[in-house]
Design a protein around this ligand. Structure first.
Ligand code: PMP
Length: 367
């Protein structure tokens, strides 16, 4: 009989969404409005598109194995040594690499619920024991319970800020308190996939703060969201030390990131103006969508990401199915305790309009 890695027998599958064909069938061929994956419909910088066209003719060559050119650009961007940068085929790959490099059966991992699926799934794949601290009633990070859990010296801590799915952030003071509670032997992973969407007044340099605290630390970033390159799969980590970065690299396949992704990412990083402009438009739609839902009497989390997370007041799965029949794809939350919640990506103004119209008719139909 075929035997898998024993930890795979009970491993939950990540919900990567519907294929175009499935969505098309379920919506009866309606025009699709994709608001389930936190993509950026404004797309990448035109400079990245030009680079993709140019690089197509060089597809016969292997990419740079360590993404040296891109690593240098990222190192400049953050003002750190390039030895501390690791690039991966999507930051999801780096979550897997961290788990593969630092965990083993029985190792402790700390994260939160509701939270990002892979912060749990990748550690479970290595046989780790995952502790999930619930967010508070107001869906904020529970700093008291998290600092207490830190006393157990988990091998890895995974926190996303802005949080997926809630959108809330750790304040500078809260992160400072968490970092102060890190015990020797813990590597603190701060997943900043949505960092660019933070309100300017709430933004701070987590890397500088962690460096000051002197803890083992990795910040994860991605080109999938603010930079509009989700389809190319590219993300990176900035580690507190070259040694941590090197362990992550050992856990990755040698040519993990393709040449198109590497080159487009360099171009995207250099066109900050394009990224800022699309982030500005998306933030405005996020706030408009949140306000419109609050006007309907619903509880909406304060989001600093490119989505809103709100309580529909009923089981959100049938509502999401009704929205899909209108062609609007959203994410009903499946985690225990949060199944009345729904996460909806903020995109163009017409996306918000389509969502609100479909949501209103779905609610009327559901009675
Ligand atoms: N971290 C968080 C918190 C995310 O929400 C996502 C994407 N949904 C990722 C990591 C992975 O992003 P990617 O692999 O596209 O870089």
């Amino acid at each position: 009989t075929l035997r898998s890695n024993p930890h795979f027998a009970t491993l939950p599958a990540y919900n990567a969404g519907l294929s175009d064909a499935e969505a098309s069938r379920l919506s009866g061929g309606k025009r699709l409005v994709r608001l389930a994956s936190n993509e950026n419909p404004y797309g990448p910088s035109p400079a990245a598109i030009t680079e993709l066209q140019r690089i197509a003719a060089e597809a016969w060559r292997y990419p740079e194995g360590r993404s040296d050119t891109l690593r240098r650009a990222i190192a400049d961007h953050h003002g750190v040594d390039e030895d501390r940068i690791v690039v991966g085929n999507g930051s999801e790959t780096l979550i897997a690499a961290l788990s593969r490099a630092f965990l083993q059966p029985g190792a402790g991992v700390l994260t939160v619920t509701p939270g990002f699926g892979l912060h749990e799934i990748e550690p479970l794949a290595e046989g780790a024991d995952v502790t999930k601290v619930p967010m508070t009633g107001a869906l904020e990070f529970d700093i008291g319970r998290l600092t207490e859990a830190m006393d157990e010296a988990p091998r890895l801590v995974f926190l996303s800020s802005p949080s997926n799915p809630v959108g809330t952030t750790l304040s500078r003071d809260a992160l400072h308190r968490l970092l102060a509670a890190v015990r020797p032997g813990t590597l603190f992973v701060f997943d900043e996939a949505y960092a660019e969407f933070r309100r300017d007044e709430d933004a701070f340099d987590s890397l500088a703060l962690a460096t000051e605290a002197g803890v083992d630390f990795v910040t994860l970033r991605t080109f999938s969201k603010a930079h509009g390159l989700a389809g190319l799969r590219i993300g990176y980590g900035v580690a507190s030390s070259a040694a941590i970065a090197q362990f992550m690299r050992l856990a990755l396949t040698p040519f993990n990131v393709n040449v198109a992704a590497q080159n487009a990412a360099v171009a995207a990083l250099h066109d900050e103006a394009w990224m800022r402009a699309s982030v500005g438009r998306i933030r405005a739609e996020r706030d408009r969508m949140a306000a419109a839902l609050r006007e309907r009497g619903l509880w909406v989390a304060r989001s600093e990401a490119n989505f809103v997370f709100f309580d529909t007041g009923r089981d959100s799965a049938p509502l999401a199915a009704a929205l899909l029949r209108e062609g609007v794809i959203v994410k009903p939350w499946g985690e225990a305790g949060y199944t009345t919640f729904m996460r909806v990506t903020a995109g163009r103004p017409e996306d918000t309009d389509a969502f609100l119209a479909a949501f209103d008719s779905a609610r009327v139909a559901a009675g």
